[in-house]
Each structure stands twice: as C-alpha cells, then as structure tokens.
Design a protein around this ligand. Structure first.
Ligand code: PNW
Length: 487
C-alpha cells in the first residue's frame, strides 16, 4: 500500500492550534520533593512494584520538575502554539484537602507557565491526569461521592493561582480509564477490582466533580479570567463487526457505555438511556435490591448538563463489536452490562502497545459520530499518538501521524466537523503506567539510564515541526474555501 496515496492535500485552518501533551506523573519525577504529598501511583509503584513492567516507577521519570526549561525549549523548537500538561494535585495540596497549600508546588507550575508564555506558547492545563492524593484514596477514592467537593476545592485553588495565565482548562483526563480501570478491571491505580459496581460510583462522582469545577469557574473566575473549561473524553471507536442490525446496535450500545457514560451527562443531560435500561435490567436479574447505576436527581441532571465550553477528545484506535447472547446473571461485570464482545482485526497494523492498532478511518468516523451525537461541538483533540520501542528513526510514528492527520483533515473539510486543535501524545518518551518505560510515545527520546535524562529529537520532530509551520501534510496544500474560523 502506498503511503502517500492516503495523504490529504488539504490544509489545516489558519487558526488551527497544534500542540503536544504530557501528564504530571508520567514526566515530572521529584515525587517527594518540596513538600509534595503521596499519590496513588507513588503508593502503587512503591508497594506493589511487580504490578508494573520491570518494576518501573515515576520517582524520577523525565525529571521535568527540574528540566522544565529544557522541555519548553523543545516545544519552542517544534514551533507549537500550545502545551498541554497536567497539574499534580499532591504537589499543590499534599493531603488532597485544602488544609495545607504547598507554595513550592504552586511556584513550580507558575515557573512552567511563565516559561511557556515567555516563549509564546499557550498553557493548556489538565487538573486530574490519574494521580489522586493517597489520603483521598484512603477514604475510598472516586467511588466516594464526597470527592466531588474535594476536587472542586482543589480546582478553585488552581483557578485562583494560575487562571490569570491559563485560559484553557481540562478537569479530567479520560475519566473512563480512572473509573473502569482503576476501580473496575484493576488495571490502573488503585487496582481495585469491582467491575459494574465501584466503576459506576466513580463515574457518578467524577461527573459531579467536573460540573462543580465548571460552575466554580463560571461563577467566580470567568468574568475576569475569560478562559474556557471542559473535560477530556476518550474511547476506542467501536465499529460493528458486521452490518447486521444486532451488531450495529451492539456497537452503538458500547459507544454509549464508554464514551457516552462520560459525555452524555455533560453534553446532553443524564446517563445515556441504554445504559440506564441495561444496568437496571441486569441489576434486577442479578438479585440486587436496587440498580448498580447511581441515579442523578433532576436537579443534578440540570446542574451537570451544559458544563462545557468545547470538547476534549483523545483518540488512538478502533475495535470491532459483535452482539452476544445475554451473559449469565450469576456474575456482575461491566463487560456483561454492554452485552457484546469487542476485539481488533488481527490484520490491522500493530504498534508497541497491544491495544493500539493503526486505524485512521476509525478516528474520522468517531469525529463524525461526535458531531452528530452531541450537537456539533467544537472539538480539541487533546491526545493522539503511537508507541514504538524507542527508535530515533521513528518512521512508524511519522506514518501514524500522517494517516491520522489526513483522516482529521477529511473530517474537517469533507465532513465539516469542528476540530480546532490537535495535541500530539507525547512530547517525550515517558512513564507509560503499568507498562513502565517499555512503550515509547515521544517525539523526543529520553535516555532513562542517564541521570541527565538526556532528550534527543527523533525523526518525527522535523516531520511534526514542518506540519505545525505549514499546516500541510504535503509540499503544497490545496487551500479550501471552508473554514470554521472565518470571521
Ligand atoms: C492515554 N486504550 O491513555 C493517556 O491519557 C495517557 O496518559 C497515556 O500515556 C496514553 O493514552 C497512551 O497510552 C489511554 O486502551 C490508555 O484504548 C489506554 C487506552 C486509551 C488511552
């Protein structure tokens, strides 16, 4: 297959914003420096190291806590307009609560933000990228609905400290991974296995936490700070395995149980109806006294609906879905609630992450589905990228970005999807959760064996730099008349 055949010759709109993304625990290191408290990834990696490949941890990671100025130089070299990073809650509030505010932690992010602005790069801050303060896990973590208030208080501290400079805020990165993996399948910290019970309680809290933070911004800060707040939703694109009605329905149900579980309440109101129907139905048949899905009151539905100023969307890959017979009622499982199987086509191009197959058309279909399902919101692609084993000549990464950016260009121009920005995951090779340092997503290589954590540009740096500069994937783009940004 010719690589160039699929490359779009259309151009990204003039105001389209390119950037790169990272997350605190994955890059910062300095896990116990300057008053930072312990979080759930510190606890997991220090007490249950065998759960992680090579017993790796983020104690030092890319050492960005000390090397942030160098990171900003790399961003400057790339020419990106935006840098998406996350704030470590335990660095700001070591106990998780507001009883102690850690000034050195605040100062670190102030320094980073100033360095970005001095170099003409917009900061985009994520408040929660999976590193919950351990004391909040000790009271049950996200399944405890009291966390909504603790998160809201933390958000207020951040809006107050950084909101004069940060104009784009994301509350949660991929709450689906937090809830379904952290409290369901036990494949992310805090490794709690309670699929179909604790995961829904987590989702319920997270949606309320997000809404509270958005309202705090709206009520107390928007007037003078004039920024925008949203959340990041992700899932695989779920394509029906056949064109039978049952597979098509099963795929849509799975989209609602994954993406819809996190987006519906915010963009349309309440849980998706199919989620309510199926969890209620299965809970009753499984013998529960009431549904495992916590319900929102009418007041809560109204409070959560509309708490977005755009949509943050992470996209990586695609799965196929086929309908299965109703699973046994003897067992409770989030997977059973969905009533289908999901799998990937073995002929799809593989990467260095088992879950990540290269399926660019899935990203385009997904963007169209979002447009049609959630009333055509403005979408910022807050993450997209691919892993390899760490090659400097990373042609596979260039291939992935070329194909996905082509699909996104077609979505923008042909399908009229309102995509306004794109953050490549990731600026640096970094700590990839339970995969440790074995799956590399960076544009820049990091030498984890050197105390300097030396950064080296991979081939993809020049490639991305050129796209950022020209807004084109080919030597000469066709400029289209269509632009969402025309004034
Ligand atoms: C994202 N999946 O997570 C996260 O936001 C990053 O922190 C992470 O490093 C990056 O993707 C690469 O994994 C995902 O299984 C993890 O579909 C898993 C999936 C999707 C996203």
């Amino acid at each position: 297959v010719s690589l160039t055949a699929a490359v779009s010759n259309k151009s990204f709109p003039a105001k389209f914003k390119f950037g790169t993304a990272t997350a605190s625990y994955q890059i910062e290191g300095a896990w116990n420096e300057d008053g930072k408290g312990e979080n759930i990834w510190d606890r997991l990696t220090h007490t249950n190291a065998t759960a992680v490949k090579n017993s790796d941890n983020g104690d030092v990671a890319c050492d960005s806590y000390h090397k942030y100025k160098e990171d900003v130089r790399l961003l400057k070299h790339l020419g990106v307009k935006v840098y998406r990073f996350s704030i470590s809650w335990s660095r700001i509030l070591p106990t998780g609560f507001t009883n102690k505010v850690n000034q050195p932690g605040i100062q670190y992010y102030k320094n980073l933000i100033k360095e970005l602005l001095d170099n003409g790069i917009e900061p985009m801050a994520t408040l929660y990228h999976w590193d919950l303060p351990q004391p909040l896990q000790d009271i049950g973590g996200w399944p405890n609905e009291l966390l909504a208030d603790h998160f809201a208080n933390y958000a207020r501290v951040c809006f107050k400290a950084f909101g004069d400079s940060v104009k784009t805020w994301l509350t949660f990165n991929e709450a689906k991974q937090t809830c379904q993996q952290g409290y369901g399948s036990a494949t992310m910290a805090p490794l709690i296995k309670s699929p179909g019970v604790a995961d829904y309680l987590c989702t319920y809290t997270v949606l309320k936490a997000h809404a509270k933070a958005w309202h705090i911004y709206d009520d107390e800060f928007r007037g003078k700070q004039r920024g925008r707040v949203s959340t990041v939703v992700d899932s695989d694109w779920y394509e029906p395995a056949s064109n039978s009605t049952s597979d098509m329905e099963a795929a849509e149900t799975r989209r609602q149980f994954t993406f819809g579980l996190y987006a519906n309440a915010i963009f349309l109101g309440n849980w998706p109806q199919v989620v309510i129907d199926r969890v209620d139905y299965r809970s009753e048949n499984e013998g529960y006294a009431k549904s495992r899905l916590p319900k929102f009151t009418k007041q809560e539905i109204d409070y959560i609906r509309g708490t977005h100023d755009f949509m943050g969307f992470n996209t990586y890959t695609t799965s196929l879905v086929c309908k299965i017979e109703e699973p046994t009622f003897n067992e409770t499982d989030y997977e059973f609630d969905m009533g289908s199987n999901a799998f990937q086509d073995p002929t799809w191009e593989a990467t260095n992450s088992t879950w990540l197959k290269i399926v660019p058309w899935g990203a385009r279909k997904f963007l169209n589905w979002i447009k049609n399902t959630y009333n055509n919101p403005e979408i910022i692609i807050t993450e997209n990228g691919v892993s390899d084993a760490g090659l400097l000549k990373d042609d596979a990464r260039i291939h992935y970005y070329t194909e996905y950016l082509s699909a996104i260009l077609e979505a923008i121009h042909t399908d009229k999807v309102h995509v306004s920005g794109y953050m490549a995951w990731s600026l640096l090779d970094n700590y990839e959760w339970l995969a440790g340092y074995t799956e590399k997503f960076g544009l820049y290589h990091v030498d984890f064996s050197s105390p300097n954590r030396t950064r080296t540009a991979k081939k993809s740096v020049d490639f991305y730099k050129k796209i950022v500069a020209t807004h084109c994937l080919v030597d000469k783009c066709v400029t289209s008349g269509w632009s969402l940004f025309r004034v």
